[in-house]
Write a protein that binds this ligand. Sequence first.
Ligand SMILES: *[C@@H]1O[C@H](CO)[C@@H](O)[C@H](O)[C@H]1NC(C)=O
Length: 310
Amino acid sequence: MVSSRWRLYLLFAFISFQSLTCCDPVPTSNPGPRPSESLSRPHSGTGTATIEPVKSTETAKPPNPDDNKYFHEPGGDDLLHHYDIRFFQKIVTDEERQDTLRHLIRAYLLTFEYLGLETWIAHGTLLAWYWNAKILPWDWDLDTQVTDEGLKVLGKNYNQTFYDYDQGNGTPPRRYFLDVNSWAWQRDHGDGANIIDARFISVENGLFIDITGLSEVNPDTEPGVIMCKNDHKYRLRDMFPLRDTHFEGVKAKVPYSYVPILIEEYTELALVQTEFHDHRWDPDMRQWFRIPETQKPVEDTAQIRKRSLP
Ligand SMILES: *[C@@H]1O[C@H](CO)[C@@H](O)[C@H](O)[C@H]1NC(C)=O
């Protein structure tokens, strides 16, 4: 049993390595339910994966509000809703989470640049950039945005493709899965189950970047206003032209008027308050550090994590 799994795994790894080196986009050609089916095989050999993603979608026969939901997480609570169910194995440690997210956003930005697709960082990730262009050490997921045109290109040409990212330091390449929601073409809030248009997911542990498209939903009544499906609105002139910058050491773009955008979403306090989520800003090091247990942390007042995304 184990050895045949290993053979499958090696075969799979070989095939994917052949086709995926250098970030080449590889549209999956098998018409099976999900590529995760083949991916779950290597994982099942580790003995830690307890989720059978393919089964759970197939047996979801009784009507339930989640039926229309495209992306699924292993649970709805704070600990579990940051993982894509197909790649979730276990709740990761703080170190693994930060390491994953750092490389996730690097790989994402490099991949989009390689593909020639415009994207920029948003929400909590934009706030993280504002402070020191690094992920916030307490964050669980990342957010980026694309235009609705960009979203179409993603859905048509790059849906369900894998990318390998090599740090170039001898460690094994990390693999990512880009998946575009079937409901990405529908541009209104709908029942709220599909407000995330696409995800860039770490195949290793299921942590992801939420990608949302912005479109001018009401050109007649709200011209020049673009919004995502979760009703975050932006003025076109605040957004464009995007600014070139860096995030986690790679090229990145941010909205032109990022200050009003951040203030609107998180209040002024988020740009000045130096204690959040048991971390304190060190102005000399330009970095957030965990407050030692012996010092009493102050209460959070700006609601950094109170995003309305699920
Ligand atoms: C992406 O591929 C999946 C699997 O084939 C499909 O269910 C989904 O609708 C696709 N997304 C788009 C935007 O076509």
